[in-house]
Design a binder for this molecule. Structure first.
Ligand code: HEC
Length: 133
């Protein structure tokens, strides 16, 4: 009996730890995306294509972690398919990131800044949506 209880304690601690890790990973990924966005902005302001490229590369890499886009344990009121939603966000952020780089490389800074703004709106709209779920 005592043994069974102990096993349960150990098991739930392990489960809790796993959830904690996943949570941290998501936050870490979000913070990395934030850093990538800052790098892109820095590239704009210092007029430096390779800095923009680095930011775009980091943004595309971090945006691939679709799981981090899903708030664990949240069921949506309106029955939104969170996986599909997250996948769509990944795809459009990746596409926009390429557009930013292409526009900046061509010297069209205005179009590049516009692409940046569109990515930022994606970030904000998801945060807004997730809060209302
Ligand atoms: C499809 C959904 C989704 C998209 C798109 C998204 N995020 Fe998030 N973001 C989340 C979730 C979920 C959290 C955690 C919110 C919570 O748990 O309350 C979060 C939190 C954050 C945080 C806070 C992290 C912390 O440590 O508190 C930052 C910073 C962030 N996101 C940056 C970004 C940036 C930058 C982008 C766009 C490039 C972005 N996010 C796009 C879902 C998303």
């Amino acid at each position: 009996m005592k043994k069974a209880f102990l096993t349960m304690v150990v098991l739930s601690a392990a489960l809790f730890a796993e959830q904690e890790v996943r949570h941290l990973d998501r936050m870490k990924n979000m913070q990395e995306m934030e850093l990538a966005m800052s790098t892109i902005q820095k590239g704009f302001l210092f007029d430096n294509l390779s800095v923009v490229k680095n930011g775009v590369k980091d943004l595309k890499r971090t945006a691939q972690f679709t799981e981090s886009f899903i708030k664990v344990g949240v069921k949506t009121k309106s029955g939104v398919n969170t996986h599909l939603y997250a996948k769509n966000q990944t795809d459009s952020i990746t596409m926009l990131a390429d557009e930013i780089q292409d526009a900046f490389a061509k010297g069209d800074k205005y179009a590049a800044a516009n692409g940046y703004l569109m990515v930022l709106s994606k970030c904000l709209s998801c945060h807004q949506t997730i809060r209302s779920w």
